[in-house]
Design a protein. Structure first.
Length: 181
């Protein structure tokens, strides 16, 4: 669902819109937290560079908020430092005006399980799904971005036969585009 939304958004914004997907740190690192600190510092530097040198849009999939969520649950450390990286990035007023933070989440574990693609860290365990969702909402609330939107996908369901495709993507896209102007 998220990938479908990203592709639709990419077509609306510009075919030259770039998408960067961030993932887990490599296995067996001596210090995964240090690796992630550098990784997300690089992410913000790349975002700043992109804004300074291009009129292209850049979509960051599974960006820094995921680190705040997944690090205490799966890697054994807290990642409050992501907000320091945000603060540094947003100290440039142009960055504050030009960047929109979007959070997609689903308050329905049942719907999440229907859309499960097998790549979820929580492996469809209800308790972990709930913990992850709560941490994402907490991270979003604490985020320093001025322009931010969150969507509870459970409020955008179609009534239809194909349960995996019941989210009204068009309404979400319209809201994103109007907020990005």
């Amino acid at each position: 669902m998220k990938d479908t939304l990203i592709q639709e958004l990419r077509q609306i914004l510009s075919p030259e819109t770039q998408v960067l997907k961030f993932s887990n740190p490599p296995m067996n690192l001596h210090d995964p937290e240090l690796y992630q600190r550098r990784h997300f510092k690089d992410m913000f530097n790349l975002l700043a560079l992109s804004l300074a040198n291009s009129d292209r849009n850049l979509i960051l999939n599974r960006a820094h908020l995921g680190e705040y969520v997944y690090s205490p649950i799966y890697r054994g450390y807290k990642a409050e430092w992501i907000f320091d990286l945000e603060r540094e990035y947003l100290s440039n007023p142009y960055h504050s005006r030009s960047t929109v933070l979007i959070l997609l989440y689903d308050s329905s574990n049942e719907q999440l399980n229907l859309r499960e693609d097998g790549h979820s860290l929580s492996l469809s365990e209800g308790g972990k799904l709930t913990a992850e969702r709560e941490k994402f909402i907490e991270a979003f609330s604490q985020s320093l971005f001025l322009r931010k939107i969150k969507f509870d996908l459970s409020k955008f369901y179609f009534q239809g036969d194909d349960l995996k495709k019941r989210v009204d993507i068009k309404s979400i896209l319209e809201t994103i585009i109007s907020a990005a102007k």
